[in-house]
Design a protein around this ligand. Sequence first.
Ligand code: C2E
Ligand code: CA
Ligand code: CA
Length: 420
Amino acid sequence: MSDQRLLIMDDDPVIGRTIGLMAESIGMQYRAAVAPEEFFQQLGSWNPTHIVLDLVMPEMDGVEIMRQLADRACKACIIISSGVEGRIRDAARRAAVERNLDVVGVLSKPFKADQLRSLVQKREYSPLARPGRTGNGKRFEVTEGALWTALEQGQFELVYQPKISCATRALVGFEALVRWRHPEIGVIMPDRFIPLAETVGLIDRLTEEVLQQGLCWMTEIQHGPVLSQGLSLAVNLSTRTLVNFQFADQLARLCRDAGFDPTLLTLELTETAAMEDPVLALDMMTRLRMKGIHLSIDDFGTGYSSMLQLSRLPFSEIKIDRSFVMSASWSSESRTIIKSIVDLGHNLGLKAVAEGVEDEDTLRFLEQIGCDNAQGFLIARPMAGEAAVNWVLERHRTDKGARTANEGARSRAYRRGGKR
Ligand code: C2E
Ligand code: CA
Ligand code: CA
């Protein structure tokens, strides 16, 4: 970690030095500034990889500093440190994220070296993919023609992200996420092309491609060396596909052709309120459920995934939006919302799944409140098929000894704690 440089901005030199020593203890270099001019001068000359920023300072407050950092298109990972109340810190963080700064977390003073370390390490393995950019950072105009070519030339690929049980940490299945491997541009993320595929009427073709690849891969691994039967596959479904009359039958056929049990398939739906023909969509969802396919309300708690949809439509799973989950370790509001969603889901007889789990504390919290499954960078990033198989193999290998014993003891301790 020796190439990591931490610049600390705190008007109290004693605090600056204390944080600096913590940074040194985890192998980082550091410099501390007590005034804004000094801070910006160091920023330019020393080019820090990380910044710890106090919010309340006499000359220029942390929010103003972050505004200026955004103007300079600062790429460093920012950690907000402050004694102010949680909601204010959260608001400051949101303001910074809105300005495209890379805020990795918030530390409330006083904090320990371990807390600093976990934030620094978190960013080491989970750099946020910046929306609107290709894998190699180039800008690229997505057109209908390019999408057609991509479909015809088989440029769409899947990556798989594991889901585990919160209580046992056992693998329960994967979510398939699509990637466009463009021969010149490189990997293009779904947020850049799904909306266009929907508006130009290409989404059904793309969904079929995704289902074909995903079902085929699942069948392969189910017969592979380690993987148990009974692993589930989740696929994202555009609500536009729901009004395609033949979809339920097509899907049943795809499952049959691949030899995949439809009761292990979950379709994740977002923006259910934006459905063009709600009555037809309700028909379709009912038919899918009758074939044993599960339906999940994705990104619950944001935008179109509302209570009304939850009560009207035959969902079997509720997927808590990652914006709540990713902030659970530092926002008590997010934790309250997550717990309410889990309880709501359970009261309606639905399974609760949290996505965007990035740290161990959050996973433990989810276990404590009885959330069923978890998915996120802490467990694994989305991986190509082969890498996902290797990930499972590796997990099986290391699982045999220490981990199972530790996790077992820990979850027993939590269950005891929960009952008290
Ligand atoms: P989603 O369904 O909410 O998928 C989860 C997204 O969260 C994925 O982004 C995944 O990489 C990301 N993610 C997972 N764990 C973490 C974490 O711990 N931290 C953070 N920061 N992010 C995490 P991705 O792959 O870019 O997908 C974006 C969206 O694109 C998906 O959101 C989904 O709505 C859509 N999408 C992806 N594949 C398909 C597809 O085959 N069909 C359709 N219709 N939509 C798709
Ligand atoms: Ca999803
Ligand atoms: Ca989601």
